[in-house]
Every structure is written in C-alpha cells, then in structure tokens.
Ligand binder design. Structure first.
Ligand code: ATP
Ligand code: MG
Length: 301
C-alpha cells in the first residue's frame, strides 16, 4: 500500500548517507538494511518514478548546455545491486547522453600503464553522464586485499612502500579535485550490503535456474576476505570523502531503497548546477526566423 506521506522530492533520502569529511567515519554507522522508514517496495517504486522525472529534465539541460559533465562511480561487493541501480536509475534518461563503463581485472596492456590510464579515456565529455561500474577505487580495494595484484602492476620496487595506500588516496583526491575544477561533477557510491544478504542473493543465483548464469564460484570464495574488504572500504572512505567528490554510503540490503538514494543524490547534484537551456542570442534568433520563413515558403510551392 502506498504511503500517503511520501515527500514530493527525494532530497531527504540522499543527505543522511553523504560523506564529505571521512576523518571519523565508521562503516557501522550505516545499517545496510536501513530504508529510512519506507516500508514497501511499492511505495519505493512510486517515489523513484517521481524522482526520475526531474532527472530526465535535468539531463536534457546538461546535454543541451554542454558545459558540465557528471561522473557516477559505483563500488560494491558482489551482488550488491550495481547493475540494478544502472538499469533503474538510468531508465528513461536519453541513452545518447549517458555511457556506462565496466572495469574488470586489468589487461596486460592496462598493467603496462599507470593505474588511471584505463579510466581516463572513459571519462564523460561535457554534457554527458558517465557511469563507472567499478573504477580506479579498485586500486585501493581488491589490490589492497590481494597484495599479489600489486606485484603484477610492475611498479619500480623503490616506489612500493608502506605508504602506498596513503599515496594512492592522495593521488585520487588530487585527480578528483582536478576533475571538479574542470567541470566534471564526481559522485561516488558504495552500495553497502550485509554479508548475510549477499549469502541470500548468492543462494538465489544457485536455486533459480534463470539466475544461474550470474553465479560465480570465485565470488563465493571472495567471502573469506569480507572483513578485509570492509576495512579497505572504510579506510578508503575516510581518506577520499571530500566536498568536491563525496562518497554516498548507501544501504543495499533492499535494492528498491538503494535506487532511491542514488537517484536522489544525482538529482541533488544536477539541481545544484542551476542548469538551463542555452540562451538564444540575436544572431541565432535571426537564423531561426530565416529558417522558419524558408520552410513555410517551401510548403507553398
Ligand atoms: P558482475 O559480477 O555483475 O558481472 P562485476 O563488476 O563483479 O560485475 P566481474 O567480472 O564479476 O564483474 O568482476 C570484475 C573483477 O575485476 C572484480 O573482482 C574486481 O575486483 C576486479 N577488478 C576490477 N578492477 C581491478 C583492478 N584495478 N585490479 C584488479 N582487479 C580488478
Ligand atoms: Mg562479479
């Protein structure tokens, strides 16, 4: 049953999960099962639909204006719902203005470069929304949990010290500040799933034939490192949550709630840009008038 008290805009769903100064951030502060009082997925769907309307209009202006770009970074443990966020939140936005890039285990060619190389040329151009399904943050997550991956990166030995993670945090902050100063708005989402809910979702992949294709034995093995991942995520958020590139730590045990928070944060960020359609100047007005006259003239012939 739909809540009659549903708010008109989604803003209040993003703020509680926004981290701009991570110094004292604790992952335990966010409950993966939180829904901020929304009780049913039906209410959530209605809310999301309402929230997506302004998103479509805002994207239209972003695209027409061609000044700002939006980079959406999605990070999460397996089965946390990255795909579902991409499908639902981006449904209805103009696909021409939106590009999704997924980052998997780096190729030999990618390992021959610095770690930002592969993500760099996937950054959104002005007017576009770029979604990173995993990102350069894997460099302080999976690579930190599995140290052998660092060895595969062929860094000069003298550069691999105990400080390497702190140095990477600093580099990521500097990179995101650079993007912000160039007109790319960076929003980062950690979809925070509980270990129990991940188990339920993995079991579903095994039990439901239509979901078998999603099952990966490697994902199940990775659960052994759960605590290491949580430590790495917490440390990453502590060091890389900034005003110019905030982290949103999004409860992910209920997919319908996750989508609302992500949509709300994106709408908030785009609204804060005060977008508008490009102004028509006198020369352009004259051009429009002439084109109109030419078209009308054509019809009379
Ligand atoms: P899905 O499972 O829904 O297809 P996914 O993002 O989990 O999506 P996978 O192909 O299952 O995709 O996994 C990609 C793997 O690549 C992850 O285990 C991730 O940690 C790993 N990966 C991504 N970036 C790096 C990196 N820079 N170094 C090492 N491993 C990485
Ligand atoms: Mg996977």
């Amino acid at each position: 049953m739909a809540d009659i008290t549903l708010p008109m805009n989604l803003s209040k769903f993003a703020k509680p999960f926004r981290v701009t100064d991570g110094k004292s951030f604790h992952l335990q502060a966010i409950d993966p099962a939180d829904t901020l009082g929304i009780e049913s997925s039906e209410s959530a769907e209605e809310l999301l639909e309402r929230g997506l309307k302004p998103l479509r209009d805002l994207q239209h202006q972003l695209y027409a204006q061609e000044r700002w770009a939006l980079l959406v970074v999605l990070q999460a443990m397996d089965a946390a719902g990255k795909d579902s966020v991409i499908n639902h939140v981006m449904s209805g936005v103009n696909p021409q203005g939106c590009e999704v890039s997924a980052f998997k285990t780096p190729s030999a060619e990618e390992l021959n470069h610095d770690f930002l190389w592969r993500t760099n040329h996937r950054l959104p151009e002005r007017g576009r929304i770029g979604i990173f399904n995993r990102s350069y943050y894997e460099e302080v997550l999976v690579v930190r949990v599995h140290r052998e991956m660092l060895a595969a990166q062929k860094l000069p030995a003298s550069l691999v010290t105990k400080q390497i993670w702190k140095e990477r945090f600093k580099d990521l902050n500097a990179f995101e500040r650079y993007l912000a100063r160039n007109g790319t708005v960076v929003l980062k989402f950690f979809l925070h799933l509980s270990k129990e809910e991940q188990k339920r979702r993995f079991l579903k992949r095994l039990d439901v034939p239509e979901r078998n294709w999603k099952f990966s034995a490697a994902d199940v093995r990775e659960r052994k490192y759960w605590n290491d991942y949580m430590d790495a995520y917490q440390d990453m958020i502590r060091h890389t949550a900034t005003e110019y590139a905030p982290w949103y730590v999004v409860p992910a045990d209920h997919k319908w709630f996750t989508r609302i928070v992500v949509a709300a944060a994106i709408v908030d960020a785009l609204e804060s840009l005060n977008l508008s359609f490009p102004k028509v100047d006198a020369a352009r007005r004259a051009e429009i008038k002439a084109a109109r006259a030419a078209l009308l003239h054509e019809r009379r012939k």
